[in-house]
Design a protein around this ligand. Structure first.
Ligand SMILES: Nc1ncnc2c1ncn2[C@@H]1O[C@H](COP(=O)(O)OP(=O)(O)OP(=O)(O)O)[C@@H](O)[C@H]1O
Ligand SMILES: [Mg+2]
Length: 106
């Protein structure tokens, strides 16, 4: 919940009024997946490799005064649960975050 909350908060901060944020889920025998997308600015290519680093704030973070901690925390929470988290941009604009929690290996 904390990880998803941090991602949705970011999406709200980067999506203009009237935009759309979607949260969807899938599961299969290997993993459970949560996909969060927004219709905002997308993530700058320069920022993309760094956004999960602690205290990293993208140039677009503006004057909103975040600490650059939300995604670092999200990644820590997810990886501690045998999970992965990734960020990309969607072709029509906007950001997309995918969290996967893998079933324990047998
Ligand atoms: N949905 C998004 N669209 C565009 N850029 C994003 C999005 N989510 C995150 N980012 C970029 O990733 C950076 C890191 O995000 P993170 O949540 O770690 O920090 P923050 O939001 O700046 O501060 P905090 O979460 O501590 O309030 C942001 O500063 C922003 O540049
Ligand atoms: Mg944040």
């Amino acid at each position: 919940c904390e990880a998803v909350g941090n991602i949705v908060k970011n999406c709200m901060e980067h999506t203009p009024d009237g935009g759309t944020i979607t949260v969807s889920g899938n599961c299969n025998p290997l993993y459970s997946e949560i996909i969060i997308t927004d219709s905002g600015s997308g993530i700058a290519e320069d920022d993309l490799p760094h956004i999960f680093e602690r205290f990293y704030k993208g140039r677009a973070s503006g004057e909103k005064g975040g600490f650059g901690i939300g995604l670092a925390l999200a990644r820590m929470i997810v990886t501690e649960q045998n999970g992965t988290i990734k960020a990309e941009n969607v072709p029509k604009g906007g950001a997309m975050f995918t969290i996967r929690i893998y079933e324990s290996t047998v």
